[in-house]
Design a protein around this ligand. Sequence first.
Ligand SMILES: O=C(O)CCC(=O)C(=O)O
Ligand SMILES: [Fe+2]
Length: 306
Amino acid sequence: MDILKPIAVDNWHGEVNNETAQEAIHSLEHGKIVFLPQLNFALSTDENNLLSPALTDPKQKNISLNPHSGKTCGVVGSAPQQTQLNNLLQRYHQHALALVNTLFPSYQKHLTAGRTRLRTVEVSGRSSSYKKDDSRLHVDSFSATPVNGYRILRVFSNVNPHGVARIWQTGESFSTVAKRFIPEIPSISAVEQQLLHLFRITKTPRSLYDHFMLNIHNRMKKSIAYQQSVIKTTLSLPPKSSWIVYTDQVSHAAISGQHVLEQTFYLPPTVMHYPETTPLFVLEEMLKHPLTIKNKERSPLTVAEF
Ligand SMILES: O=C(O)CCC(=O)C(=O)O
Ligand SMILES: [Fe+2]
């Protein structure tokens, strides 16, 4: 199975014919990467000057925009540079939103935008704790931001000005990963879930779904034996290309590359075309237990990330 599903789209309005749209959603939800080799996010000459890693706070992996408040963080540049970076990220947010809305129109009413990020630091050789090391295969799950079963959809664009591709690896299917790690993960009590929230370790109570996803994420990254033995596919994602992927489902690692833009979206699992492919469905089938916190009043993501 080829993990990349190439789609010929060369503008951010993302218009495709019906057949291509069906193929795109089928591939995306079945754990492929929707790859848009011709979709370039063009930067002006001035903006190319903002790609220096020196403008990123060394304590952060990226510069990021909260598209709801309009505030950018992680920048150490001058006031005009901060404004230019803010404009650049706002524009990427708008473009990524337009693209997803057109390519996947049934998602439109249900999308919650997370942060918009610019990563300018070379991936290879970046030192960090194993949990933060994205050069190890993993599925995404965030320790402070429970998603309660919501999907994590990400839109990437390689904006490298020197012709350098971003190198990724992908691993096994989500169900294979889950079968490998779930048996070794102890459960968590309702009291523990509430305590994490009470002590502000998590922004909202950690659902069982988040507990298992975070454990899968951490255990995948921690196990050197797993990282070395698992069958991987190496992908070269060229500059001036873009790609869309459910990073909670697709086992992925960023091996090398510099200068990528990324927009995160959250989506309720109930709006999937193929609900049986979601991590939530797969885990609930395996564990024979509901894993989300039923909360009618508000989406778990009203406070997520922000
Ligand atoms: O920086 C990248 O290319 C991908 C890093 C990653 O693991 C992610 O964004 O989920
Ligand atoms: Fe990731």
